[in-house]
Design a protein around this ligand. Structure first.
Ligand code: BGC
Length: 769
């Protein structure tokens, strides 16, 4: 009948107005809303057949397969029969409307579908990858990016986004470290909250709001050896203390849905894990939304060794999973399981109720076509305003890793630049890993961005210099989509010679190098996290010329940059910056914006140090300095990372005073105030992220050496000083003990404030109960 069922669709700081109601009024209002919803959903459930109820639990894709090999068949017929509750893989007001009509006009009960998509770091206007976004340390900007994504997504018929991804990751070999906010649980929670608020707005019924789907629940970032989809196994204390807080923060922020992860948690796959999906998520945390599986994760429990499809589907439903993504285990086996009394009617009703409630909360029963408005597509998608917000936000995500001799910023006039590297004149790799609806042809290359910012003011001597990689096997794996990485027909030495010639003619070298788009993200684990060899060879040849060499680094993960740190004059980390890449990079290279980003995942010196993270334990034989034997260290490398968590430079410099405390002994629920004075000691205005860490040196369990507890981002004019204060309460001293009780223990605490996790000033207090 129509192209959306037969053809595969080819994949391919707005402060939110918070309506402040007195608490009593707000909760009374939401109780009435809940009561209305209950009446509506209960009424609908009474009319539904068993097959229709099971149908609501079925999520299918009608686009090209994005992350698995399975695609659903016979979707149109199933929609008409009421055998599908939601779809993903298509977008566009007209396209989604056509599919919605099949459900609303042709199915017996006219229940609307929910339309989801992987909107991860922007929908059409693409923002930096989430690891880059997290480097902004700016929750308003993060919220704004999610809000713009929601606005664009709703303009194209969507009401549900598979984001935020809040998995803590301490292993940069894992390609999906790019999709999260790094290694810190508290900071991850702040970002999770900002993203949920940005997506869902004040009400999911709003025309520009979508339902968030928090993923991947849980612990997915703990994959052994950084290998994708690998086993996760950790103690409960580690889970609660270091991995679960961002998911919990997302629940507290009101996230409407969760996605179960592919991995095991305590030996049981997350998708069929009752402790995780019911005891923890619903009973302990009070989550009220619905849980969808990851792509065919129900079926994958067979490979995990939990039984055949009927068994694992029943296990998942009983565990608390409500919707089955793509695999149709629920659709094809739950009826039989009910007849055989392996599951109960109540379990099916409960899952169905949660899916219907989500549709109700989104306002889809009032208007199933609510976001399918062709007119909005032309005004709200990739608009000038969205692109200019993206340019602004993107600049804030860049991290200056090195800047000797104040090489950066570059002068806008009277100089010549050798612009070299396979990512310098490249649009394809600007967007990053997870851009289902993003169009790379709309992105700004670095070369174009420089021209836009400096015009004819500087002479650009361009040379590609090298391929991204020349490893044929690697390229095959990177090219899971057509033409992602191609090899230049020119021989490697010719490419290299062109770069050297360009450099010889120029005052400064700007080498744009690193990872291409498909080197990070799902199923993109790497055992070697160096800049790929041909690019590194180019850098080595250029470094011999004795000219200032600036590296503009593209990366979906922390890379090992020991050589680069020694030989480059400056390094600007730009992650995968998104649609406005080149413009934002040029703004920073030429000083229109002074970079202030800080890394949220530790950069190791070598893969041998992984996992490496700042909030580690002390061990019984900690190494600090002096003789190394029989201490916790390596024979061949230092314990220290190359760049610690929270690190990032500026074009100006900041001085920190000692930490002042308003008292040094406290009791019970008193508040401690810790203060530093931060001074801009350089010549340019700049922003600084002032970070607060606390250590708890004596406790009933061995605690992390320090933990981030707060931060403030401040702006200082040259010579200006600001007093920065942090209020500290016992809430920030709490941790999970061996009984998993979340509490604090009296004793000494060391308060540390500084520019990154390694460079702090400290002062101690005694705090009794
Ligand atoms: C990924 C999820 C994604 C889903 C749907 C899976 O493979 O793990 O993050 O949302 O596919 O595309």
């Amino acid at each position: 009948m129509n192209k959306y069922f037969s053809a595969r669709i080819i994949a391919r700081v707005i402060p939110l107005c918070v309506v402040l109601l007195p608490f009593g009024k707000a909760s009374a209002q939401s109780q009435t809303e809940d009561a209305k919803m209950n009446v509506f959903v209960s009424g609908l459930l009474k009319k539904m057949t068993l097959d229709e109820k099971i149908g609501q639990l079925n999520l299918v894709t009608i686009g090209a397969p994005t992350t698995g090999s399975v695609v659903n068949k016979g979707v149109e017929e199933k929609i008409k029969k009421g055998a599908i509750g939601g779809v993903f893989g298509i977008w566009g007001a007209a396209q989604t409307k056509e599919v919605q009509e099949a459900a609303v006009k042709n199915s017996r009960l006219h229940i609307p579908l929910i339309f989801g998509l992987d909107v991860i770091h922007g929908h059409r206007t693409i923002f930096p990858i989430p690891l880059g976004m997290s480097a902004t340390w700016d929750m308003d900007l993060i919220k704004q990016s999610a809000h713009i994504a929601a606005k664009e997504a709703t303009a194209e018929g969507l009401s549900w986004v598979f984001s935020p991804m809040v998995d803590i990751a301490r292993d940069p070999r894992w390609g999906r470290i790019s999709e999260g906010s790094g290694e810190d649980p508290w900071y991850g929670g702040q970002v999770a909250k900002a993203m949920v608020q940005g997506y869902q707005g004040t009400s999911m019924k709003n025309a520009d709001a979508v339902m968030a789907c928090v993923k991947h629940f849980a612990l997915y970032g703990g994959a052994e050896a950084g290998r994708e989809y690998n086993t996760v196994d950790m103690s409960r204390i580690k889970m609660y203390q270091d991995y679960l807080p961002p998911y919990k923060a997302a629940v507290d922020a009101g996230a409407g849905s969760f996605m179960s992860s592919f991995n095991t948690v305590d030996g049981v796959p997350a998708t069929g894990n009752q402790w995780l999906l019911t005891d923890l998520l619903r009973k302990q945390w009070g989550f009220k939304g619905f849980v969808v599986s990851d792509y065919t994760a129900v079926n994958e429990m067979e490979a995990h060794g939990l039984g055949d499809l009927q068994m694992v589907s029943a296990l998942a439903l009983k565990a608390g999973l409500d919707m089955d993504m793509v695999g149709e285990g629920f659709l094809t086996t739950l009826k039989k399981s009910l007849q055989e009394k392996k599951i109960t009617q109540l379990e099916i009703d409960q899952a169905c109720r949660r899916v219907l409630e989500a549709k109700y909360k989104l306002g889809l029963f009032d208007n199933p076509y609510k976001s399918m408005d062709v007119a909005r597509e032309s005004t709200d998608v990739l608009s000038v305003a969205n692109r200019s917000a993206a340019r602004e936000i993107t600049k804030h995500s860049f991290v200056l890793l090195k800047n000797d001799n104040q090489t950066l910023p570059l002068k806008k006039t009277g100089m010549s630049i050798a612009l070299v590297g396979p990512l310098a004149n490249n649009q394809r790799d600007m967007l990053g890993t997870w851009v289902v609806a993003g169009d790379w042809e709309k992105s700004i290359s670095v070369m174009q961005g420089i021209k836009n910012v400096v015009g004819d003011g500087v002479t650009i001597n361009y040379a590609k210099g090298s391929n991204i990689t020349e490893d044929a096997e690697f390229i095959k794996r990177l090219n899971f989509g057509p033409g992602m990485v191609s090899i230049d027909p020119k021989p490697a030495d010719e490419l290299l010679k062109e770069a050297v010639d360009a450099a010889n003619k120029s005052d400064v070298i700007v080498a744009v190098v690193g990872e291409s788009q498909s080197m990070s993200g799902e199923s993109s684990s790497r055992s070697d996290i160096d800049i790929p060899e041909p690019q590194k060879n180019m850098l080595k040849a250029l470094s011999k010329l004795g000219k200032p060499m600036v590296i503009v680094l593209f990366n979906g993960r922390p890379l090992t940059l020991t050589w680069e740190n020694e030989h480059a004059t400056a390094i600007l980390d730009v992650w995968a910056p998104g649609t406005e890449a080149g413009n934002a990079i040029a703004d920073v290279l030429f000083g229109d914006y002074n970079p202030a980003g800080k890394i949220t995942a530790t950069f190791p010196r070598s893969v041998g140090q992984i996992p490496i993270y700042y909030n580690h334990k002390n061990t019984g034989r900690p190494y600090s300095s002096g003789p190394t034997k029989f201490k916790s260290n390596y024979l061949d490398i230092s314990n220290e990372p190359l760049y610690p968590f929270g690190y990032g430079l500026s074009y100006t410099t900041f001085g920190y005073s000692d930490v002042k405390l308003n008292k040094t002994t406290l009791k019970g629920n008193e508040t401690l105030t810790a203060t530093v004075t931060v001074t801009n000691t350089g010549k340019l205005a700049g922003e600084e992220v002032v970070q607060l860490y606390i250590s708890d040196p004596v406790a009933s369990i061995s605690r992390s050496v320090k933990e981030l507890k707060n931060f403030k981002k401040i702006k200082l004019q040259p010579g200006e000083a600001k007093v920065v204060s942090f209020a500290i309460t016992p809430e920030q001293l709490k941790f999970y003990n061996t009984q998993l009780k979340y509490d604090w223990e009296p004793g000494k605490f060391v308060v540390q404030i500084g520019t990154n996790s390694s460079d702090t000033h400290s002062a101690s207090v005694w705090w009794t109960k």
